[in-house]
Design a binder for this molecule. Structure first.
Ligand code: UD1
Length: 335
């Protein structure tokens, strides 16, 4: 298949290009890191790049949690406007298949169970609770601590920061595009992606990259809250395999969103301990600090992706964390 990959020089893009190549597809990259003229919001240039392709994998995005509200317009420009122009260009060039990078952050805190009041969407945590170290979300009716659930794709979307809001918007644009163009759009809600080439030393880096840099400098990883926040870390090679499988699968015409995680729930404290052990560094420090935009627990049920994409994650967490020490690729800067 002839495929245009946006964000091809990024962390996930590099792995996706490798996977496409391995499977004999013909991929073209579009990334402003390799060519500053490769702007998503340049309709003419995008149309020229898309012309003659069979499909698009859209990975280019401004990532991370964001530093503060001064980031908002940058997220909107790169992620919302960028996606809108891309989908318009795809329609105008009659490309009918698009795979897009979405994120687990679209769920906010997902769903959880109160022993008395049943399963419910998790409300945002109150600043006053966080400030006094009450990190577990609570039932709005009785105040009991909620038991986290695995979220399925039907869970309510509830973005809690600017980046998350742009990923919800991306999915909505893709749904509209699929209906109006008759095309097929698959949005992959990636969980916490890690592996060699993980962007680092930027305020937008994910926690595994931060821990790696800290340990490499001989310092202990600083674990926020009480370290019991749950995540699912999925290796970049597994994410690349899922992304290319989404290109090759035969879903119904229209829009589909799929969770892409390893299926293994872990905690940030555990990841810090494992990384400290692997890198032979100092024990992590649990700081009790918090970030308002952070969600407490977010873990997905990725069984729909396994069924629809005939894909399953292959990289075990310890083996994967060891790959963090491998030499990084040269295009690893965050977008
Ligand atoms: C991450 C990504 C997000 C992606 C999502 C997919 C980043 C910044 N965020 O969100 O883009 O869409 O996965 O699910 O890449 N923490 C520490 N110490 C630190 C830094 C963070 O303990 O030095 C904690 C945070 O408080 C949080 C957890 O680690 O509880 C994960 O943080 P992080 O990797 O930044 O973001 P996610 O919310 O998991």
């Amino acid at each position: 298949m002839k495929v245009l990959v946006t964000g091809s020089a990024g962390f996930i893009g590099t792995a996706v290009l490798r996977r496409l190549d391995d499977l004999g597809h013909s991929a073209t990259g579009y990334d402003r890191q390799t060519d500053p003229a490769d702007e998503l919001i340049d309709l003419r240039r995008l149309r020229a790049a898309i012309r003659g392709q069979d499909a698009i994998i859209h990975l280019a995005a401004k990532v991370g949690l964001g530093v503060n509200l001064s980031d908002l317009d940058g997220y909107a420009r790169d992620n919302d406007l960028g996606t809108a122009v891309l989908l318009r260009a795809a329609a105008e060039e009659s490309v009918r298949r698009v795979v897009l990078a979405s994120s687990m952050v679209v769920y906010g805190e997902g769903r959880a169970r109160c022993p008395e009041h049943g399963t419910m969407p998790v409300p945002p945590r109150a600043t006053a609770d966080l400030a006094c170290g009450r990190f577990e979300p609570r039932c709005a009716a009785c105040g009991s601590e909620l038991q986290p659930h695995l979220v399925t794709e039907e869970a309510r979307l509830d973005p809690r920061n600017g980046y998350a809001a742009t990923k919800v918007q991306l999915e909505q644009f893709a749904r509209i595009w699929a209906r109006e163009s008759g095309g097929t759009a698959i949005a992959l809600r990636y969980h916490n992606v890690y592996g060699p080439g993980l962007p680092r030393d930027t305020p937008y880096a994910g926690v595994a990259a931060i821990f790696r840099s800290t340990l490499a400098a001989g310092r202990p990883p600083r674990v926020f809250e009480d370290g019991r926040q749950r995540r699912d870390f999925v290796h970049v090679d597994d994410v690349a395999a899922a992304t290319v499988a989404a290109l090759e699968c035969q879903p119904e015409q229209g829009f589909t969103a799929l969770n892409v995680g390893s299926g293994r729930v872990t905690t940030i404290g555990e990841v810090a301990r494992r990384m400290a052990m692997i890198m032979d560094g100092p024990e992590p420090v649990i700081t009790g600090d918090y970030r308002l935009g952070d969600v407490r627990h977010i873990t997905a049920d990725s069984s729909a992706a396994r069924t629809l994409l005939h894909w399953s994650p292959q990289v075990d967490l310890d083996a994967g964390l060891r790959t963090l020490q491998h030499p990084t690729c040269q295009h690893q800067k965050a977008l």
